[in-house]
Design a protein around this ligand. Sequence first.
Ligand code: URA
Length: 249
Amino acid sequence: MSKAKAVRLDKLLANLGYGSRREIQMLARSGRIVFDGAELRKADGRIAMDADLPERMQIDDEPLDPLPGVALMLHKPEGVTCSHKEAGPLIYSLLPERWRRRDPALSTVGRLDKETSGLILLTDDGTLLHRIISPKNHVAKRYVAKLARPLNGNEGDIFASGTLMLEGEDKPLAPAVLDVVDETTARLSVTEGRYHQVRRMFAAVGNHVETLHRDRIGGLTLPDDLAPGEWRIMDQATIAAVFAAPPAA
Ligand code: URA
């Protein structure tokens, strides 16, 4: 017998965004919910939330959406905002429309500025989200910054010092690692997530970030085959990679 938690089907589907509980009852009555090959004509029974439920259940011939506890990686393009409610294009509009009605809701793990591109994670799992963003867990985020002016050579030491204070703040930044690519391009790995942190760090050393792209979170690198605007579901191994050491170089 399954050990997975059992929930009422109408509640599960309503929380996945398929409609109100009443609408779910109608879906069932019209034979649009199929489980293990048979139509489920009533939605008030309980169903085990087994991991393979999305493969065993179809709605309108499509596999059921991922169950709660999902994590996604997304290649954020420039120009979209990591917010549920601001004006203009939002990151959530890159996901299927129904997913915006999920409860618990999917949220980004931290934020990237509107003009920053690159790897961002989304999850509805609050524990996972906090494990990734907690500075205690030292999950480094790596950014590639293209700069307006050539580096002058002392930025690496300043960023690594653990004493750099950003304007308007009263606590120095934790040490960060700078890796110079060429005279106006650098990779910067930080373990904190302060407001506009990377842009403000370069401003603090007299430079200006022209473009910013995040290519790594912990040991997880943005895959080459994930184009801007694309996303994919993370399996357990991919989630574990976030907490693993970054690959060498
Ligand atoms: N630092 C920034 O300045 N912007 C981001 O989007 C992320 C880190």
